[in-house]
Write a protein that binds this ligand. Structure first.
Ligand SMILES: Nc1ncnc2c1ncn2[C@@H]1O[C@H](COP(=O)(O)OP(=O)(O)O)[C@@H](O)[C@H]1O
Ligand SMILES: O=P(O)(O)OC[C@H](O)CO
Length: 502
């Protein structure tokens, strides 16, 4: 009998759900991935079907085991990392969602956010939650559901409905409806959670008219949340010992666990996080303060710059513009374009996130000439990921006065060597790319495995993840500043443009 034991994780991202099995060396033993269907019912709205999400996760879990003949009893514990902020509301008795999930990218609650801002609550909300009022966070999405779905408010007040981010929804399903909980990192993305008291904030709940009984219990990230139920894994009770939002999980996977350490994950969006230790630092310059994780009896905070469109801009080149056939082709084309062609793409498809926080801005292209080619367009789109990253890192430096020595990176778009080199050139510091491609999954595996005793301590974990590729800056300071100035002008101009309302 094969007695080897593993850690299994769910990485439920915006575009795909993955189930991954890790061994003691932190290597991937088996993996299964399912695409998550996206719904765009109106311009700017993004929805997903919670039942589809659960079914995709469930089949990925089963497939990952079957692929390598792994028996459920070989799984020491399970961890969940998830796309954050996305709001799910379901009926407690039937377990059925009352509507589609409103995805973090969706702009359908911009008006509600503007109203809260105009009513003068920005400071209070920033101080309590660390966040900037924006439709990105779950609170306005939940309010929208309660205000628009027939009978939702009455049912919520009667205690019939439950709200959760995707982790909570998956945990509920994995445990056969027995456990209704979330972790600090996910709760801190809802704009309803007080990051100082570590409780749902009654003043914010009153303001948004959200019944507190529909909110999950909140625990540290390395808590024993429960066990898989009778439904999944043929009655085998696998302990679920870790939950973190995916960006926090990648911070953990990068082992950026000391104050001042920074990572950037280039997935659908790009999310830059600096670990600030046990002290929350409030930004004066448009970054958000968030809980990195509750681990080993302590709570760690982080400063975050959230970029809404990163890899999805490359997806847009493929699906929307049809200029490339697959994301990998963007690298080939960028290398064929001249050095710098003066074209700037500002991919503000769903407004601008950090540090601008402008919900109304939409995408723009500048610097076109009669001679502009497809290659230049693709290159400018890729460059926008690097420019947006620089915007955030400059702001982090302003807020913390910490000079970065290098940047740890991961996520789908970091496969692109052209982009990595341009990022190093633009920042003037080396880029360290994780060799393990699934850093988010690895981070939640570490956390879950530490909680279940699979790894003894952090030192043991640190031995797993030290290999990185390095990209050193080569560009002159003059050139770097010249290109970046062009970007700053482009972002400014994009924000001035007032299009038609739809
Ligand atoms: N070679 C590449 N160059 C640029 N972008 C890429 C490349 N390969 C993948 N991507 C982008 O990476 C994203 C997927 O990354 P991933 O980390 O899986 O995202 P998520 O977790 O948000 O679903 C896609 O948006 C895709 O366009
Ligand atoms: O799906 P990802 O990996 O791009 O992550 C989405 C973020 O969690 C949104 O805040």
């Amino acid at each position: 009998m094969n007695k080897q034991r593993y850690i299994m994780v769910i990485d439920e991202g915006t575009t795909s759900a993955r189930a991954i099995v890790f061994n003691h060396q932190g290597n991937i033993v088996s993996m299964s991935q399912k695409s998550i269907k996206q719904y765009f019912p109106h311009p700017g709205w993004v929805e997903q079907d919670p039942v589809e999400i659960w079914k995709d996760v469930e089949s990925a879990l089963i497939e990952a085991l079957i692929k390598k003949n792994i028996e459920p009893y070989q799984i020491q514990s399970l961890g969940i990392a998830n796309q954050r902020e996305t709001a799910v509301v379901w009926n407690k008795d039937t377990g059925k969602p009352i509507c589609k999930a409103i995805v973090w990218q969706s702009k359908q609650t911009s008006k509600i956010s503007d109203q809260i801002k105009e009513a003068g609550y920005s400071k209070m909300i920033h101080h309590k939650t660390g966040l900037i009022i924006d439709s990105y966070f779950s609170a306005t999405k939940l309010k929208w559901i309660l205000d628009h779905v027939p009978n939702a408010r009455e049912d919520a007040e009667a205690g019939k409905l439950l709200f959760g981010t995707v982790d909570t929804w998956l945990l509920w399903n994995l445990t056969g409806g027995k456990v209704f909980a979330t972790d600090y990192s996910n709760a801190s993305r809802t704009m309803m959670f007080n990051i100082h008291t570590l409780k749902w904030d009654p003043q914010i709940l009153r303001l948004l008219k959200i019944p507190s009984q529909m909110l999950p219990k909140v625990y540290p990230s390395d808590h024993l949340y429960g066990h898989t139920g009778d439904y999944t894994f043929e009655g085998l009770k696998i302990p679920i010992t870790g939950i973190m939002g995916d960006q926090q999980a990648s911070l953990f996977g990068q082992l950026a666990l000391s104050p001042g350490m920074v990572k950037n994950t280039y997935g659908t969006g790009a999310f830059i996080m600096m670990n600030t230790g046990e002290k929350p630092i409030l930004s004066d310059n448009g970054l958000i303060t968030t809980i990195a994780y509750g681990f080993d009896g302590k709570v760690n905070y982080a400063l975050e710059g959230s970029i809404f469109v990163a890899g999805s801009a490359i997806q847009w080149l493929k699906d929307g513009m049809r200029i490339i056939n697959d994301p990998g082709e963007s690298e080939v084309m960028a290398r064929e374009a001249p050095n710098h062609c003066g074209v700037y793409v500002v991919p503000a498809f769903s407004g601008l996130g950090a540090p601008y926080w402008n919900q109304q801005t939409r995408g723009a292209v500048f610097g076109l000439t009669r001679g502009t080619t497809r290659e230049e367009f693709v290159k400018a789109t890729l460059n926008s990921l690097a420019y947006q990253t620089k915007d955030v890192l400059r702001t982090m430096q302003k807020d913390t006065h910490i000079d970065l020595k290098n940047l740890n990176v991961d996520g789908g778009a970091t496969k692109n060597d052209y982009l990595m080199q341009f990022q190093a050139d633009l920042l003037g510091i080396p880029i360290h790319r994780a060799v393990v491609s699934e850093v988010t999954a690895l981070g939640i595996a570490y956390l879950s495995g530490l909680a279940s005793g699979y790894w003894k301590d952090l030192d043991e974990v640190k031995r797993c993840g030290e290999k990185r590729d390095e990209f050193k800056p080569k560009m002159s300071v003059k050139e770097r500043n010249h290109y970046y100035l062009g970007w700053l002008n482009a972002v400014k101009a994009a924000q001035v443009f007032k299009g038609i309302k739809y």
